[in-house]
Write a protein that binds this ligand. Structure first.
Ligand SMILES: *[C@@H]1O[C@H](CO)[C@@H](O)[C@H](O)[C@H]1NC(C)=O
Ligand SMILES: *[C@@H]1O[C@H](CO)[C@@H](O)[C@H](O)[C@H]1NC(C)=O
Length: 415
């Protein structure tokens, strides 16, 4: 009986394969098909449990020692660090600021898939990559990677660099010191994206090295990217590269590198809920810092979730410290029909509108060499076209160094 049953399944499988092949008549039996299957097998590790999220994602709970990082040859014998050795303390220890004294209140935030379950201990949640996710990429190999050098270069702006590759930014930054990390709190929105090949994101950048050559970058924040995820949801993301986006690095866990230890937060998964214009505001905190003894770069989401770390060997110019930190928004303007895109940055509203309407970063801090969070000195601002997207820096007791940023893209002053 059992043998018959599996033979029956075999026949069904064969039929499915034949049907799939007959659909592809006329196309060469493609190498791409094999490559896609290989890539899926590499990325989607065997799950202990899988959770279906309302946005269509499947979250796989993968045993912590089976995660993609351990495909890396340098990590074959790696002993996972289950907690950081050191943890920087902030000026704005969130417990120290009673929220009743803050007139501008924001609410805690979570991930959409939590509504449908949680991962068991010793596993980490990984957003499952689908066939379609890979097929949307320019090539199987480029899936999960940035297409262009997209770090804003505020200190070297020349007219011909403006709107390079259509990427536009509205950011604040510090440079010229030795930075061992940063922490910031940003509110979360769902900006509208005009074209499928555009995106909108808000993030921090921890940078070392030379732009366009050997730049090392650690990045984290939220993004809307139809290209990467196949929808318009706002997702938590990370990125890293050690060679200016050429051969190394990727988003989230889409290559070997980042070692996740957290059981509750999935990178690339939807953040829920998001802020609404003139109504509830939701924000997230992100802390990235360097462990002064082991040298690994750690990341924390909110006050409770230490996500994991980038092992020190991944980097060259970040081996000691970062030389620049940036915070803010970025969009792609593909200039459909020769006009500026209507893709929004942040809330899609300009900074002047202020709390409840505009997007913000607040309590931005940097980690110093003693592993303390400090007020950043000499903050600069940068935007390519302030009539399209703008940025405004300010200071207050509750919010420390903060800025509002963003905009609607195309409008009468941004044609
Ligand atoms: C891992 O450990 C094995 C056995 O001790 C050793 O043969 C191998 O060279 C090690 N690999 C790395 C990359 O260190
Ligand atoms: C995403 O938004 C665009 C318009 O901004 C819309 O055309 C598209 O259908 C949306 N995609 C999904 C999957 O909802």
């Amino acid at each position: 009986m059992e043998a018959q049953g599996s033979m029956g399944r075999g026949v069904v499988m064969l039929l499915v394969v034949l049907m799939a092949l007959s659909c592809a008549v006329g196309m060469p039996v493609s190498r791409q098909r094999v490559e896609v299957r290989k890539q899926l097998k590499r990325l989607n590790k065997p799950a202990v449990k899988s959770i279906k999220s309302a946005d269509g994602d499947i979250i796989d709970c993968v045993h912590i020692s089976h995660q993609p990082a351990f495909d890396h040859p340098f990590l074959k014998n790696h002993t996972i660090q289950l907690r950081p050795n050191f943890h920087p303390e902030g000026l704005f220890g969130e417990n120290k600021v009673p929220s009743s004294s803050t007139k501008e209140k924001s609410k805690p935030i979570s991930q959409l898939w939590h509504l449908n379950g949680r991962c068991p201990g010793n596993t980490i949640p990984i957003r499952r990559t689908k066939r379609d996710d890979i097929l949307r990429a320019s090539s199987v190999k480029r899936y999960g990677r940035k297409k262009h050098q997209t770090v804003p270069r505020p200190s070297s702006v020349e007219p011909e660099l403006i709107n390079q590759n259509g990427h536009q930014h509205a950011i604040t930054y510090v440079e010229g010191g030795k930075y061992y990390g940063t922490k910031a709190t940003m509110n979360v929105w769902q900006p509208k994206i005009q074209r499928l090949n555009e995106f909108s994101l808000s993030q921090l950048w921890v940078l070392g090295g030379t732009f366009g050559e050997d730049l090392n970058s650690i990045e984290a924040g939220w993004q809307v990217s139809p290209d990467l995820y196949g929808d318009n949801n706002t997702r938590l993301f990370t990125y890293w590269t050690s060679d200016a986006y050429q051969a190394t690095g990727c988003y989230n866990l889409l290559c070997s590198g980042f070692i996740q230890i957290n059981t509750e937060i999935a990178m690339g998964a939807s953040i829920f809920p998001v802020s609404s214009y003139g109504d509830s505001q939701y924000d997230i905190s992100i802390l990235v810092w360097k462990d002064p003894t082991a040298g690994n770069w750690w990341m924390q989401f909110g006050n409770d979730y230490v996500l994991g770390y980038w092992p020190s060997f991944l980097f060259t110019n970040l081996a000691d410290s970062a030389s620049m930190i940036e915070w803010g928004g970025e969009v792609v303007n593909s200039e459909p029909n020769g006009e500026h895109t209507t893709t929004e940055m942040g809330s899609g509203h300009f900074p002047e509108e202020g709390f409840g309407m505009a997007s913000y970063f607040r309590n931005i801090q940097v980690v110093d060499e003693s592993n303390n969070l400090r007020v950043p000195k000499g903050i600069g601002t940068f935007t390519e076209q302030s009539h399209c997207y703008n940025v405004q820096h300010g200071k207050s007791d509750d919010w420390g160094n903060f800025f509002y940023y963003g905009g609607p893209g195309r409008n009468p002053k941004c044609p």
